[in-house]
Design a protein around this ligand. Sequence first.
Ligand SMILES: Nc1nc2c(ncn2[C@@H]2O[C@H](COP(=O)(O)OP(=O)(O)OP(=O)(O)O)[C@@H](O)[C@H]2O)c(=O)[nH]1
Ligand SMILES: [Mg+2]
Ligand SMILES: [Zn+2]
Length: 320
Amino acid sequence: MLAGTVVQYSREFIWVILDDGGREVLAKPRGRIELLEQERARRAEENLEPEKVVTQLVTVGDRVELTETEHGWFAIETLLERETWLLRKGNRRYRRKPQCIVANADQLAVVAAPNPVIRPSMIDRFFLAAIQGGLTPLLLVNKIDVDPTLPDNPALRDYRELGYQVFFLQATTGRGLTELGAVLKGKFTVFCGHSGVGKSTILSRLTGVEIRTAEVKAKSLKGRQTTTSARLYALPEGGAVVDTPGIREFGLAHLTWLDVHEYFTRIATLATACAFRDCTHTVEPDCAVRQAVAAGRLSAERVKSYIKLRKETEDFKHWE
Ligand SMILES: Nc1nc2c(ncn2[C@@H]2O[C@H](COP(=O)(O)OP(=O)(O)OP(=O)(O)O)[C@@H](O)[C@H]2O)c(=O)[nH]1
Ligand SMILES: [Mg+2]
Ligand SMILES: [Zn+2]
């Protein structure tokens, strides 16, 4: 049997790159793959390993085994278990069930840019999803020509202080891309972020493949993304990247209070000194978290993002 990696999919077809020779072939699922899907449905019902349950059959990055058919396409016989997963709460098309954007990636590069807008809570959503799925998050701040003060932005500095890697880029000139390339080399990295932040511009430069890009203004007129489906590209120096369509809303699939608590470690530590054990850090007196913000030891943006995400957790009501 042949082995390969899914590089792209549509409703009808799946494109797979074969391990042996690197040829890209058209494929359709068949046979045992249905059994795997049934198994996933059963696990979902029994609440087992929800992260491995997905509504779509295969996704970009999936490892598959396949055989050649007489009809000019290949049949996917087996879908291997995923090692990592980047999940979001699916849109209506996915009936709000978790959607796996990419399987088996090592890193998530979250791209943010002043044009259209930088929202720290969006960055935190992606970072949380990455950590939940076993990916290492990186932050890429693009279009520093539009706002040269970005490297001094306190909301962005937070991430570096927390130990995450942050890159400041100007994709149109290639500025910062050599440094980034060193971190991508030999790894499998998925790129996510708002529409228009420059994901495809960065990836065109890194891969040498001409990927379609468009001006931010044109996008908002049409109200849709330039990149319409996720696609995997090989990096010339080893490793792979996935370009994804801009995401307007990134709902977290299985977010619990504990996830949020563990992610915002500094706030969690500070909270132990609040006067009230169940302090919400919004209105209570003697709140250590708000005191830290007032003293400039913690960014207000970070607390805002924390409160926003905490509200979305599945068990927030019980905790409250
Ligand atoms: N000023 C400036 N513009 C940039 C930079 N990088 C990208 N752009 C521009 O931003 C616009 C959007 O870039 P894209 O690469 O299409 O953005 P995207 O993130 O792939 O967007 P979607 O595919 O819709 O998700 C294009 O007009 C780019 O030329 C940069 O560093 N500086
Ligand atoms: Mg794009
Ligand atoms: Zn408090």
